[in-house]
Design a binder for this molecule. Structure first.
Ligand SMILES: *[C@@H]1O[C@H](CO)[C@@H](O)[C@H](O)[C@H]1NC(C)=O
Ligand SMILES: *[C@@H]1O[C@H](CO)[C@@H](O)[C@H](O)[C@H]1NC(C)=O
Ligand SMILES: *[C@@H]1O[C@H](CO)[C@@H](O)[C@H](O)[C@H]1NC(C)=O
Ligand SMILES: *[C@@H]1O[C@H](CO)[C@@H](O)[C@H](O)[C@H]1NC(C)=O
Ligand SMILES: *[C@@H]1O[C@H](CO)[C@@H](O)[C@H](O)[C@H]1NC(C)=O
Length: 708
């Protein structure tokens, strides 16, 4: 019941869309306005407690700061004092959502500038949070830089339709080498790009206070909303040590367009009735509860530990028998938000959880099948402490890295023990596979010590990964559109990027492709790159180490220490999209999220049992030609992800004679059964018999007298 209420907002949307279909597009537009308005005024139209209230707690861009009659400069780091002001604000409806410079809704042709230093610093690079390349003169550099240093420069956006502008957010240039930002600027508006009107304070031109360093975002609200098609920022002063460079985003609500000439092409709607909002920690927990109450038979909420600040790391399990590992059923996991500011993945998992519950109830055969055949775990917020930080600043002002790290400053995703070097060292000594396994590489002692700089969140993940026999996992990241697969670390510390394949490279390629190819944008060759890397040549996928090397990643650790194959999905260019973008992001990722989960049913699976039919735990499954083994779970069941083909599979277990057979993997989804029955080895049988009679081995007793 509660759940249905949450969905009404979008039922409403559909209703109105129906009304407008066939009638002038204006209706649709004014509806969109209405929707934006409601989102921006933060009225929970159908709050779960039944009362309409202004929600000041929810993290939505617009509810954060005061919208006084004067323009106000607010930086992301100084928002505490704004809190009290915010509560007294009566009208916050003046804030519009971002126009889309960061989200790329605004395309490169809509951006113009007076001059540019070179193409890589052209106006199309003047987007909030865009990241620069590593080299000076990079084709993809970290902002717009004017070609001349004088007060006549400008950066302009053609909104392509009349738009009600309410503010502007600026940043300096993203660069490792130089420091450039604009410290004050004017804003000009036009309807024809010839005659321009400057925003005024009384009779004088309004000079906005800009940035004081290159990364922290600064929002300036306009004294009152202004309507225009073109808008310009005209820098008036800048950091003396640098030049005129900036990244920005405008806040603007597109007005109804009578000609409907530039339909918002990218705008897509969803037919799913889900709670498309950003969720605070409390709201996330609440939503999990709602879903659990709605689908008690197939869900269970649990936690894997606590964050540094004591927040529980909640997971929801979706399975036909929640709470237990079913024999022969593979386990799958999605995690998100190990970088607390990469918020989209977290919301996608919350949407996925709602979607699966709803579809299960309505009898969707695909979802039912998945739920019956798989044990699915969703852990939406690995780093809730970081998320709190980012969400306090909000979707536009959190910048590129606020909240990325754990509370104690660690990058949780790259905080796992580096087992690559352990394995590679053993390989170079020719210890593998006789003296050293090619899988289940043990965690080094130093990592276990209390002293080790390991986040509590990472430790919680490690023990979760060890406890449950996961087969496949995906961690959702943000800020790019690509799927990466291990290894994430190059073999030599001094090599920053180099293709570094696992023995299961083909399978990983396939797994990555399964997500990327079903995403609405990842493999679209015509799409604009997010920042600096173009992943189109590799179908929206890349080997982690050939992108940039990183030791101790969750992917490498998972592969080397457990049976589980783990990949990273970078689910969007914008780490923290505005709330109004969530329906579209859901549509972009929904099919991929489902298809990837279904891949857990590829390859072979089966049981390793003794002749009495008892499962053998920890038996080693080797596939000829692949130098990476996996092991059976505690009941003797196993899953080995493989691409289609014919494989010679060998099984060995302590105390048993080994077994071997050929198993075939077809193209259809559904793992092939490949069972083994092992008999006790002669040696272990002899040992057993002797133990039974509590005797010393005969040879030992006899050997001494005979030899002396
Ligand atoms: C507008 O002008 C008044 C009077 O000169 C000044 O006090 C105020 O700070 C100005 N506001 C802005 C945003 O510059
Ligand atoms: C642009 O046109 C609209 C509608 O005619 C008008 O309200 C607005 O003031 C104009 N803006 C400018 C900057 O001239
Ligand atoms: C849960 O299972 C019980 C018993 O099988 C069944 O009666 C009930 O309808 C199920 N509830 C839902 C929401 O599916
Ligand atoms: C842990 O820290 C203590 C005190 O700093 C030090 O004496 C000890 O050697 C450290 N242990 C390890 C395993 O690094
Ligand atoms: C076990 O012993 C039997 C009889 O001695 C022999 O035939 C068989 O090959 C042995 N099995 C193994 C695995 O060594």
């Amino acid at each position: 019941m509660m759940f249905l209420q949450l969905s009404l907002q979008f039922l409403l949307l559909l209703d109105l869309m129906d009304v407008s279909s066939g009638s002038p597009a204006e209706n649709e537009d004014s509806y969109m306005q209405e929707l934006y308005h409601r989102i921006s005024t933060q009225e929970e139209i159908f709050p779960t407690d039944g009362r309409v209230r202004k929600n000041t707690k929810t993290k939505v861009f617009t509810s954060k700061q005061s919208a006084g009659s004067d323009s106000t400069s607010v930086t992301a780091v100084s928002k505490k004092k704004e809190k009290s002001e915010r509560d007294s604000v009566s009208d916050v409806s003046d804030d519009c959502p971002p126009l889309g410079l960061e989200s790329l809704k605004v395309d490169d042709f809509q951006l113009h500038s007076s001059t540019m230093r070179h193409y890589g610093l052209g106006p199309h690079r003047g987007r909030l949070n865009i990241q620069g390349g590593l080299q000076e003169d990079d084709l993809y550099d970290g902002g717009w830089c004017a070609g001349r240093v004088d007060p006549l420069q400008w950066l302009e956006v053609d909104a392509r339709r009349l738009t009600r502008f309410t503010g502007v957010i600026t940043q300096g240039r993203s660069s490792l080498w130089s420091s450039d930002w604009v410290s004050s600027y004017k804003v000009l508006l036009s309807n024809d790009s010839h005659s321009w009107v400057t925003l005024k304070n009384g009779s004088r031109d309004l000079i906005f206070t800009g940035n004081r360093e290159k990364e922290i975002t600064v929002l300036n609200r306009f004294p009152k909303p202004v309507v225009a098609r073109y808008i310009r920022v005209n820098p008036r002063s800048w950091y003396p040590g640098g030049s005129i460079c900036m990244r920005l985003e405008f806040l603007g609500c597109p007005l109804p367009d009578p000609n409907n000439y530039y339909r918002r092409r990218n705008e897509i709607t969803t037919t799913d009735n889900l709670d498309f909002r950003h969720h605070s920690y409390k709201e996330m927990r609440q939503l999990m509860k709602v879903v659990n109450e709605m689908c008690p038979n197939i869900t269970r909420i649990y936690n894997i530990g606590r964050s540094f600040n004591g927040l529980k790391l909640y997971a929801i399990e979706i399975s036909d028998n929640p709470g237990e590992h079913e024999l022969g059923e593979p386990e799958f996991r999605y995690t998100a938000g190990s970088h607390g500011n990469e918020v989209l993945g977290r919301e996608l998992l919350l949407l996925l959880m709602q979607f699966m519950c709803q579809e299960y109830l309505s009898g969707n055969p695909r979802i039912r099948h998945l739920v019956h055949e798989t044990r699915i775990h969703l852990l939406p917020s690995v780093n809730p402490d970081g998320h709190e930080k980012a969400s306090e600043a909000g979707s536009e002002l959190s910048g590129w890295s606020l909240g990325r790290w754990s509370q104690d400053g660690l990058d949780i995703h790259h905080n796992f023990p580096d087992l690559n070097s352990v394995l590679w060292e053993a390989e170079s000594r020719k210890w593998v596979p006789r003296k050293f396994h090619n899988h289940h590489v043990p965690i080094p002692d130093w990592y276990q010590s209390k002293n080790a700089t390991v986040a509590v969140e990472t430790r919680a993940l490690v023990s979760w990964m060890e406890k449950i026999p996961f087969v496949l996992g995906g961690n959702l990241q943000g800020g790019e559109l690509v799927v990466t697969f291990p290894y994430d670390r190059t073999r030599s510390v001094s090599v920053l990027r180099e293709q570094t394949a696992t023995p299961d490279d083909h399978v990983f390629h396939w797994l990555a492709f399964s997500y990327a190819s079903t995403h609405r944008l990842m493999t679209d060759v015509s799409r604009r790159v997010c920042h600096t890397d173009d992943f189109a040549k590799e179908d929206g996928t890349i080997n982690g180490a050939s992108w940039h090397t990183a030791a101790g990643s969750m992917n490498d650790f998972s592969y080397l220490h457990t049976n589980c194959f783990e990949l990273s999905m970078y689910v969007g260019c914008d780490k923290y999209p505005h709330q109004s973008e969530l329906p579209e992001e859901w549509e972009n990722n929904r099919e991929s999220l489902l298809v990837f989960m279904e891949q857990v049913h590829r390859g072979i699976k089966g049981f390793v049992r003794d002749v009495q039919g008892k499962g053998i735990a920890n038996a080693v499954i080797s596939v000829e030609g692949i130098n990476h083994d996996i092991r059976t779970a505690s009941d003797g069941d196993f899953w080995r992800l493989l691409n289609p083909g014919e494989y010679t599979v060998r099984v060995r277990a302590q105390g048993f004679s080994s077994g071997s057979k050929v198993c075939e993997v077809g193209y259809k989804i559904g793992a092939s059964r490949c069972d083994f029955v092992l008999s006790r080895s002669n040696l272990s049988r002899i040992k057993e018999i002797m133990q039974k009679f509590n005797k010393q081995p005969i040879s030992m007793r006899l050997s001494r007298p005979i030899n002396t």
